[in-house]
Design a protein. Structure first.
Length: 451
C-alpha cells in the first residue's frame, strides 16, 4: 500500500512538473486523456448550461404521455467524432433541428471554461455539422511546427494558429497579401519565414527593401532581383509590368481555343500551360511600402505616382501571369496618397501584428471583420510575433510564426541558391554576389518561450 501511494505521488508530481515546464509533453501523456474523459462526462450538462440544447419534439412528448413515462429531456447536439490531437481535441457535432452554427460559435468562451481547456474555436463543415477544436494549452507561447506539413507548389506553412492547426500561405488561392505591424512586433520574422518557406520551391523572389537593404539583402542568393531605393524600385516594378505583358502574350499564343479542345485544356493563366512552356512564378516582397509612397518634392511625387500605378497594375492583373505581391508596412492608409486604398482593396490576405492604435488595425481589417480589429489591438507587447490573420470572407484567427533568426534564414537561402531562376526581364536587378561561404549554423524552428 505504501509503494502504491508513493507511485501515485510520483505520477502526480511528474504531471504537475510537465504541465508547468513542458505543456506539450503533459498534454500528450496526461492531458488528452483527462480532457477526453471530462468532455464525455460533462457533455450533456455543459450543453444544457450553455443553451445548446433543444426541447423534445412533440411526438416524443405525446409518446411519453401515452406510455405514462416521464417527459424526455432536452437534446444536445450529437457527437459524431471525438479525436485527440497533439495540441487538443477535435469534436465534430451534428446539430439538432433548429440549431445554428452561430449558436456554437457564440458559446465557445463558455465551453472553454466548462471543459477546462485553454481555448475553443468552431467552424461549420457543412449544413448541420460543426467542428469544435479545443486547445489544451497555449500553443502560441512556444511555437513548435509539426514535423510534417502539407506542402504544395506555391503553398507553404508559415505559422501556427491558436487552435493548433498550421497556417499556410497559399498564393494560388489568395494571390496578394498585406502585412502590418509596429516596430518590434515580429513582422520581419514573419517575412523571413515566407522567404525560407519559398526558397525550396521553383519560384522567382523579387525584393524591394528601401531600408538600404538591411532586411532582404542578406538573403540575396535566393533572390532573382533586389532594389534598395525608390529609384531602383520604380525601374524594377516597371520591368515586372513588362514581364507580365510578355507572359500574357505567351498565354494568348497557347490558348488553343477551338471546337475540338475541351474547356479544361484552354489556357487562361500560367498554370494551364504545359510545364515546359510555363514561365516561372514571381513573388514580390515589399518590405516597407511607406518608403515608396512618401515624397518631398515634385520629382519624387511623379516617381511615387508611377510606383503606385505599377503596384496597382500588378495587383489587378498579375495573378494570371503568376506574379504575386506581399506588401509589408507599419501603416497602410489613405494618408500615403492617392491609389493606396485602391491597392489595398486588391490585397486579399491580411495579417496584422501588434499595432500602436486602432486606426492601424482598421487599415487591415476595417473592411473585412470588426472582430479582427478588436483582436489586433489586444495583442500584448511581451509576445512578439503574435498576429491576427484574415481574408475577404470575414474569418480570422490568431497566429504566431516560429522564431527564425536572420542567420537561419540566410543559411536556408544559401542552401537553395541553385534554385534561383534567371528571369530575363529582371536580369539588370540581379544582385552581384561573391563566393558561397562554407560555414553553416545549425537551424532551429522553435520560438523562444516567454515569461
Amino acid at each position: 500500500m505504501t509503494w502504491l501511494l508513493v507511485a501515485v505521488v510520483v505520477v502526480v508530481a511528474a504531471a504537475g512538473l510537465l504541465r508547468w515546464r513542458r505543456p506539450a509533453w503533459y498534454w500528450l501523456t496526461f492531458g488528452a486523456l483527462v480532457a477526453t474523459v471530462r468532455v464525455l462526462v460533462r457533455y450533456a450538462t455543459v450543453m444544457e448550461a450553455c443553451g445548446l440544447t433543444v426541447p423534445p419534439s412533440r411526438w416524443r412528448l405525446a409518446l411519453a404521455r401515452m406510455t405514462n413515462r416521464p417527459a424526455p429531456e432536452s437534446r444536445p447536439p450529437r457527437i459524431l467524432r471525438l479525436r485527440p490531437t497533439r495540441t487538443g481535441l477535435v469534436l465534430r457535432l451534428k446539430l439538432q433541428p433548429g440549431q445554428d452554427a452561430f449558436d456554437v460559435a457564440a458559446a465557445t468562451d463558455r465551453l472553454r471554461h466548462s471543459f477546462g481547456v485553454y481555448g475553443v474555436t468552431s467552424r461549420e463543415l457543412r449544413s448541420g455539422v460543426v467542428e469544435v477544436r479545443m486547445t489544451g494549452y497555449d500553443v502560441l507561447k512556444r511555437v513548435q511546427m509539426p514535423a510534417t506539413a502539407e506542402i504544395r507548389p506555391m503553398r507553404i506553412p508559415v505559422a501556427l494558429r491558436e487552435d493548433g492547426a498550421v497556417h499556410y500561405r497559399d498564393y494560388r488561392a489568395v494571390p496578394h497579401g498585406l502585412t502590418l505591424g509596429a516596430t518590434e512586433s515580429g513582422k520581419s520574422v514573419y517575412q523571413r519565414n515566407l522567404v525560407a518557406g519559398l526558397a525550396p520551391h521553383h519560384v522567382a523572389l523579387v525584393g524591394i527593401d528601401c531600408k538600404q537593404g538591411v532586411e532582404l539583402f542578406p538573403l540575396a542568393r535566393r533572390f532573382s532581383a533586389l532594389a534598395d531605393n525608390p529609384d531602383t524600385a520604380l525601374d524594377l516594378l516597371e520591368s515586372l509590368v513588362g514581364h507580365m505583358k510578355d507572359v500574357y502574350q505567351l498565354i494568348r499564343a497557347e490558348q488553343r481555343i477551338s471546337v475540338a479542345v475541351p474547356d479544361a485544356e484552354i489556357a487562361a493563366d500560367i498554370w494551364d500551360l504545359r510545364e515546359d512552356l510555363r514561365p516561372v512564378p514571381v513573388v514580390v516582397l515589399v518590405d516597407e511600402v511607406a518608403e515608396l509612397a512618401l515624397f518631398a518634392s515634385k520629382d519624387e511625387e511623379k516617381r511615387r505616382d508611377r510606383i503606385i500605378t505599377a503596384l496597382v497594375r500588378l495587383a489587378q492583373l498579375g495573378r494570371a501571369a503568376g506574379i504575386y505581391l506581399e506588401i509589408c508596412g507599419q501603416r497602410f492608409g489613405s494618408e500615403l496618397g492617392k491609389g493606396i486604398t485602391m491597392l489595398r482593396a486588391q490585397l486579399t490576405s491580411r495579417t496584422a501584428h501588434r499595432v500602436n492604435d486602432e486606426t492601424s488595425a482598421n487599415m487591415a481589417f476595417g473592411d473585412v471583420s470588426p472582430d479582427a480589429v478588436l483582436a489586433a489591438i489586444q495583442i500584448p507587447t511581451d509576445i512578439p510575433g503574435v498576429a491576427v490573420t484574415g481574408d475577404s470572407t470575414g474569418g480570422w484567427a490568431r497566429i504566431r510564426a516560429p522564431h527564425t533568426t536572420l542567420r537561419e534564414a540566410v543559411n536556408i537561402c544559401n542552401k537553395h541558391a541553385d534554385r534561383t531562376p534567371d528571369v530575363p526581364a529582371l536580369a539588370a536587378f540581379r544582385p552581384a554576389l561573391g563566393p558561397l561561404p562554407k560555414a553553416r549554423v545549425p537551424l532551429s524552428k522553435t520560438a523562444p518561450a516567454t515569461a
